[in-house]
Design a protein around this ligand. Structure first.
Ligand SMILES: [Zn+2]
Ligand SMILES: [Zn+2]
Length: 173
């Protein structure tokens, strides 16, 4: 393979995160995350129910309804949204299955921009950089502010295209 066709590291690790996300069995959202120290892969995780507990494909999603602001800014319209709370988020599983010492100064590649809770935990986990692909507008502003306050690099991959057949067909935002 010529150098021009060789994948850069960002693409390489994000591709792995998308491959990992295909393990998820929640039909609403497939999220994958990987921990990288230097150029070494130190952990992978996806969103799922705790081990030994029926997952979404067996027991169905565990749905809660919440009201969220539909538009940011002056418009205060509230929309009712449904979320599945059966799964431990990919980022949280990544923290549960990696060691603090491996996380110090590391990078997390994650298919989706982290929610507020995951961002808050990542901010205290030792990692130095978060790279994501899909946007998650709900928590974006406060997550971005948190990362800035904490001095964590927080960036999306421009022009990135996930590997074929790794994206959920029926994602519900
Ligand atoms: Zn689910
Ligand atoms: Zn999360």
């Amino acid at each position: 393979m010529t150098e021009a066709l060789r994948k850069d590291w960002d693409t390489y690790f994000m591709d792995i995160a998308f491959m990992v996300s295909t393990r998820s069995r929640c039909p609403r959202r497939h999220v994958g995350a990987v921990l990288v120290q230097g150029k070494k892969l130190l952990g992978t995780a996806y969103n799922g129910a705790p081990m030994g507990v029926p997952d979404c494909s067996e027991a169905g999603c565990m749905i809660v309804e919440e009201y969220e602001p539909a538009v940011r800014g002056d418009d205060s319209t509230m929309l009712k949204k449904q979320r599945c709370i059966r799964t431990i988020h990919a980022e949280q599983n990544l923290l549960l299955f990696t060691d603090r010492i491996d996380r110090e100064g590391s990078t997390v590649y994650v298919t989706d921009q982290p929610c507020w809770t995951c961002a808050n935990m990542l901010a205290n986990s030792g990692i130095r950089e978060i790279v994501y692909h899909r946007r998650y507008p709900k928590d974006y502003e406060k997550v971005e502010q948190l990362m800035e306050q904490r001095g964590i690099q927080f960036r999306s991959l421009n022009g990135y295209t996930p590997p074929a057949d790794t994206e959920t067909q029926d994602v519900i935002a």
